[in-house]
Design a protein around this ligand. Sequence first.
Ligand code: CA
Length: 233
Amino acid sequence: MKPRVMIVEDEQALNLLLRYNLESEGFEVDIVDRGDEAELRIAEAVPDLVILDWMLPGVSGIEICRRLRARSETKHLPVLMLTARGEESERVRGLDTGADDYVVKPFSLPELLARVHALLRRSNPEQTMKVLVAGDIELDREKKRVHRGGRELHLGPTEFRLLEFLMVSPGRVFTREQLLDSVWGREAYIDERTVDVHVGRLRKALSRGREIDPIRTVRGSGYSFNEQFAKAS
Ligand code: CA
């Protein structure tokens, strides 16, 4: 599920710019241009993060923030405040508005995006994909369990980490050396052929000899999780 970001801002040009950039970063974006409307929309469905302008028609950003903090459902909702230079900046700087972070307009887009990502990671680490799904394979990163077609598969810890690593970047080809570094750790002094052994075990556990093999061997390069397979979910 895509993380949902609500933008509460009355500057249309800025909204378009933010929408375009957040959507291309994989967020679902909801735009509201009035403070009072934002409150209604949040009450209907709480987003994962709010980008909130300070000066708004209806209810001000600071007031919305205060009200969000007062309600149990939105008490911990991450809020990134937007403020114009000089505009009550002392209070924003002190963050006694209840906002988690703020940026001063005009801001740089990469900076804003970085803050959005940081806030989401901080507030809701499990949001960063607790369960990876590809085709009929489901990998639960917290419970350390893998299911295929609803049936649980029993993988060794190395096979689990290997699968998790490959599933995060479908289509990307990793060399044996990269896999050793990422799955076994840099400290491990293991022969690269060990990778082949574990990939073999993983394949066996995944396909049980009958089902489609989601792992691709790229001759002369390494391994990757089949992108077509991942898309078929
Ligand atoms: Ca404004």
